[in-house]
Ligand binder design. Structure first.
Ligand SMILES: C[C@@](CO)(OP(=O)(O)O)[C@H](O)COP(=O)(O)OP(=O)(O)OC[C@H]1O[C@@H](n2ccc(N)nc2=O)[C@H](O)[C@@H]1O
Ligand SMILES: Nc1ncnc2c1ncn2[C@@H]1O[C@H](COP(=O)(O)OP(=O)(O)O)[C@@H](O)[C@H]1O
Length: 282
């Protein structure tokens, strides 16, 4: 049997997220800063000669046909005409609908992993372009470098934010990204600024007021964390993170969390763990 290729699908954090407008097609113009963390899912790919794409891990509430892993594998096969297939397993650790980009990261790891396993030799830029059709955050995970993103999140400028430690709390709710963007009370008029002018003191997330209004528990988590460290929601929620200078400080605050709140401590990294692992495989 062929050796499986195992690759990480890390989470991302939006260190800030400003909504600067709405396009005629309904999508929103953003200015955001993406950083990865050294925590996420792990995918395992084994090639198949018969061309079939099989996802061997069940997802509650997501049929295989709509799973972004299967969609990404099919997309790569269709675009390249590769005759091979794959058995895919995943150790799922990231919450779904958490604003950590788990689905997009799974899709990106599938595109990059199968490109390697099948020997397709497609460039990262092209994979990122194809990936955008699967989800707005797929390109950042394919590129694997911390970056400011503009447009609907597909125009990048490399960034090098401090690689702090984060305590990430997962409130017991799932937030639907589409519904947040449809909300009447969403702040969508932050003036667009040159990226160099956005200072750390200005960092904020325009989705917070709307999401907090509709999901009281997320605001509760946010207020709790704020007592200990600077805190912010990632993406459209639901996860909230607090920033610390050391792992020890993050873990100490984690030990005080109310027991019903799930959490993890992770380090911010400006190069994706996916690309770190691929470099080791070279
Ligand atoms: C806004 C971010 C920031 O990271 O939120 P999170 O999903 O991470 O919380 C992402 O870019 C989201 O990416 P993703 O979750 O892949 O969104 P998509 O599936 O592409 O879009 C879901 C829906 O959200 C709306 N949408 C999404 C992105 C955007 N820039 N403007 C929008 O209006 C659209 O209505 C779209 O149908
Ligand atoms: N492989 C996958 N992992 C996670 N979610 C997936 C996957 N495939 C499809 N989805 C769907 O995408 C939605 C958004 O998932 P996710 O990317 O984890 O959240 P977010 O965009 O808030 O970070 C999920 O609620 C789920 O319905």
């Amino acid at each position: 049997m062929a050796t499986p290729l195992s690759l990480p699908a890390p989470a991302k954090l939006n260190l800030f997220l400003f909504i600067t407008g709405r396009r005629p097609d309904g999508y929103h113009e953003l200015q955001t800063l993406f950083q990865f963390v050294d925590f996420g899912d792990e995918l395992h790919f084994t090639p198949r000669e018969d061309g079939a794409i099989r996802l061997l891990t069940e997802f509650e509430g997501v049929p295989a046909e709509s799973n972004l892993i299967v969609k990404a594998a099919r997309l790569l096969k269709e675009k390249t005409g590769c005759p091979l297939g794959a058995d895919i397993r995943i150790d799922k650790r990231l919450p779904m609908g958490g604003g950590l980009g788990g689905g997009s990261s799974n899709a990106a790891t599938t595109l990059v992993g199968l490109n390697r396993l099948w020997g397709c030799d497609i460039s990262l830029d092209t994979l990122a372009q194809w990936g955008l059709t699967l989800g707005a955050d797929v390109p950042i995970f394919v590129r694997g470098k911390a970056a400011f993103a503009e447009g609907v999140g597909e125009i990048f400028t490399d960034a090098n934010p401090p690689e702090s430690w984060y305590l990430v709390v997962v409130p017991p709710v799932s937030v639907n990204t589409g519904l947040v963007f449809q909300a009447d009370d969403l702040k969508r008029d932050t003036p667009k600024r040159p990226i160099a002018e956005i200072q750390p003191a200005d960092w904020a997330n325009d989705c917070e007021p709307t999401v907090f209004k509709h999901y009281g528990v997320i605001e509760k988590v946010f207020s709790w964390l704020l007592e200990y460290a600077p805190a912010r929601m990632t993406g459209t929620g639901c996860c909230v993170f607090a920033r610390f200078d050391s792992q020890v400080a993050a873990v100490a605050t984690q030990s005080l969390l109310p027991p019903q709140w799930q959490s993890f401590v992770a380090k911010g990294v400006n190069r994706s763990p996916l690309h770190e692992r691929l470099a080791v495989c070279d």
